[in-house]
Design a protein. Structure first.
Length: 169
């Protein structure tokens, strides 16, 4: 399994990029999975459902399974947030694991940048940013600039720069 990150500020288009990258990568014969970091409290469960009630009652983990999919929810309670290597370890092996967010992580990544957001770029402070994908020119860039609209070039770059997960993962 290899990993590669898609990083950038909220609203830059990370999720949109991943949504167009996945079908391109899959069309090349790769099995692809994703990990997404959320900075806020989130819930994929719905109040009133049995699984929600199990968690509310105090269960540490609840696994829901059906003919079409299964999902495991783990409540941290008073535990520390797991780091990226711990989360990677929980994933089933695939050809490529795309990591959305974790912009301070120690893994190679593509920065999604839109000048219109008015946010600073990540690459000057992060050597793990291997290239920048943007919808316009970027001045002073010392690494490749990729067109956000060229999914073939983006997929080729991701494949060429993906690496094995850290040994601790």
């Amino acid at each position: 399994m290899k990993i590669f990150g898609i990083a950038g500020w909220s609203g830059s288009g990370k999720t949109t990029l991943i949504q167009i990258l996945i079908p391109e990568l899959v069309s090349l014969g790769l099995k692809v999975s994703t990990i997404k970091h959320a900075h806020h409290r989130f819930d994929i469960d719905k109040p009133g459902k049995d699984s929600f009630q199990h968690r509310e009652a105090g269960a540490t983990e609840v696994l829901i399974g059906s003919r079409n999919r299964w999902a495991l929810m783990h409540e941290l309670r008073d535990e520390e947030e797991p780091d990226l290597p711990e989360l990677i370890q929980r994933m089933s092996p695939v050809d490529l694991l795309l990591i959305e967010g974790f912009k301070r992580g120690d893994h190679p990544k593509l920065e999604v940048y839109r000048e219109s957001l008015g946010k600073p770029m990540l690459w000057p402070e992060d050597d793990m940013v291997r290239a920048v994908a943007s919808d316009g020119p970027v001045e002073g860039l010392d690494r490749p600039l990729l067109d956000l609209n060229n999914v073939v070039a983006l997929a080729d770059f991701v494949i060429a720069n993906a690496v094995a997960p850290p040994a601790s993962a």
